[in-house]
Design a protein around this ligand. Structure first.
Ligand code: MF3
Ligand code: CO
Length: 282
């Protein structure tokens, strides 16, 4: 059976430097929002922070106007998985778990990342789930770096590594139907990156690829429903969900986690490209 041809945009190292600048804007916006998360703060407040950080850096919020999306972030609280629209009426409460997804365009290049943060005092099992999602994301990024460096890696090695990390951590749902993606001069490019599946399939992992890796996990069923607003995705069983994301690029000497302030150094060590200064502080 013939597979549909994927249209993968390979970037030059110079273009990846431009994506790094965009990634750092997203990182700065997420840092500011993480610091602002507290009981009594609305998701619209967080959205305003994101928009101002991005615009002050000379960037444009990429989500705004994307297929009509009305805001600069997706703010998905508790059973909301992804793509929830911020609102002044959605006020954070002690014990909530919020996933904040943010994207920016700088000089025509995109960055896209998400964090999951507890509000006030949060049940340990929720924080643990957020950590599992994050560990799985890093496992996927590590697999991409190793696969590219060996010359034998393929796209679904990432999917496999993400799934394995989640399964090894416990009985979590891995959301299907949403996943990571190529990224560059558009937010969403080929290829789609599943968060589960067998390794060794799909395009080869080669220098110049830039991918957003974004696991979504739940404390219950992996099944989701989209609400009538046409955006908000919630778990079907009402279980709490977590979503984290980084944009990363493959260079011939290693990986660059473009939306991580330290380029991924703390988590990946020598797998990180020499373009990331070694003395960079996280
Ligand atoms: N950041 C999301 C993703 O990773 C996209 C958000 S959808 C938007 O795919 F409409 F809000 F932009
Ligand atoms: Co994304």
């Amino acid at each position: 059976m013939r597979r549909p041809q994927l249209d993968i945009q390979l970037k030059t190292p110079e273009q990846i430097e431009l994506m790094r600048a965009a990634g750092l804007v997203v990182a700065a916006a997420l840092d500011r929002m993480r610091a602002a998360v507290a009981p009594g703060v609305s998701t619209a407040d967080l959205d305003a922070i994101a928009e101002s950080v991005i615009r002050e850096a000379g960037g444009t919020p990429s989500f705004k106007g994307y297929h009509g999306y009305p805001a600069s972030i997706c703010s998905s609280v508790n059973e909301q998985v992804v793509h929830a629209i911020p609102a002044p009426t959605q006020v954070l409460r002690d014990g909530d778990l919020i996933s904040i997804d943010c994207g920016a365009i700088l000089d025509g290049w995109h960055g896209d990342a998400a964090i999951t943060v507890g509000v006030g005092e949060v049940r340990p099992e929720l924080l643990r789930m957020a950590e599992v999602a994050q560990d799985a994301m890093w496992a996927g990024i590590r697999a991409a770096a190793r696969g590219m460096l060996s010359g034998r890696g393929r796209l679904t090695d990432i999917s496999y590594a993400v799934e394995r990390a989640v399964r090894a951590a416990g009985r979590y749902g891995i959301v299907e139907g949403y996943g990571g993606h190529g990224i560059g001069t558009e937010m969403h490019q080929d290829p789609h990156v599943l968060n589960h599946g067998r390794p060794g399939r799909g395009p080869k992992l080669v220098p110049g690829m830039a991918l957003a890796i974004e696991p979504m996990v739940t404390l219950g069923s992996p099944r989701t429903v989209e609400l009538d607003d046409g955006w908000t995705v919630i778990t079907r069983d009402g279980s709490i969900a977590a979503h984290v994301e980084h944009t990363m690029a493959l260079l011939d000497d290693g990986v660059w986690v473009l939306t991580a302030p330290d380029g991924g150094r703390a988590r990946l060590g020598d797998l990180v490209t020499a373009r990331e200064p070694a003395q960079s502080s996280a």
